[in-house]
Design a protein around this ligand. Sequence first.
Ligand code: ATP
Length: 283
Amino acid sequence: MPDAVSSVGEAYPAVPPDAGERSPGDGVATGTNGHAVEVIDLHKSFGSFDVLRGLNIDFVDNAVTTILGPSGTGKSVLLKHMVGLLEPDRGEVNVFGNNIWSLSENERSDMRKRFGVLFQDGALFGSMDIFDNVAFPLRKNTEMRESEIREIVTNRLAEVGLSGAATKRPNEISGGMKKRAGFARALVMRPDILLFDEPDSGLDPVRTSLLCDLIVEMHREHRGTYVVVTHDINTTRRVSDYVGVLWQGRLVYYGPMEEAMASEDPFVRQFLSGDSVGPLGME
Ligand SMILES: Nc1ncnc2c1ncn2[C@@H]1O[C@H](COP(=O)(O)OP(=O)(O)OP(=O)(O)O)[C@@H](O)[C@H]1O
């Protein structure tokens, strides 16, 4: 297993990522330039539908970047490329300076272990209790003794406020608790990069706020590069260091959170205000 902690730097780079036009191979041969993941000219089509159409975005090491965008614009497809579950038609995804698709299958598999993913519904196994769900990645991917696993899982469950739910099955707990259990499981391998696919979906505003606080707290505690896909402006405001807006398979805005909130950019303004009039249409 790769050393999940040492590769992550301590501070945010002062310079935000370059979201301009680039070609594969540009400036990626050496190191990461403070970027955990670099997405370069990414294209992906399904049949005749061009989903990603030359997407460029870099994810700053140790920062929380939120990706906003209308439904169907390719946010989940982007996350799947980042973790190496989808192969680009064109372009590159470099993780800590390595193009995922230049790696051997074994190396790619090791690379995937540097990611944690929190799916919309927590993606818990219904047949296992919460403890076993959280322990699953450790049992599958490591040689750890059961006593070590117990200690780690107990700590992670305490951090997400689920100590009392360890023996419950997923169908015995609420949607918010499932998300927290999914979060504990995503953290258990000490990932360098954590991907959240709409962590707030299906939660009421109070539980959304509590989950956001937890994301911020866990990031402060464990560090790492967090990428949060959401439609929720309150989530964006609460958790983000940087904000990107995706539309029609391209990045149409990128900036630090405070700038995004004050931005006059028409894409950002329309998304933040939920206005039906503006550049973001149904097509
Ligand atoms: N494996 C696939 N095969 C065919 N089409 C796909 C596949 N995966 C995604 N798509 C299509 O790509 C488009 C973008 O999907 P994606 O799930 O990335 O959107 P999204 O921006 O995450 O939307 P939402 O906010 O609604 O979750 C959609 O039209 C979707 O149907």
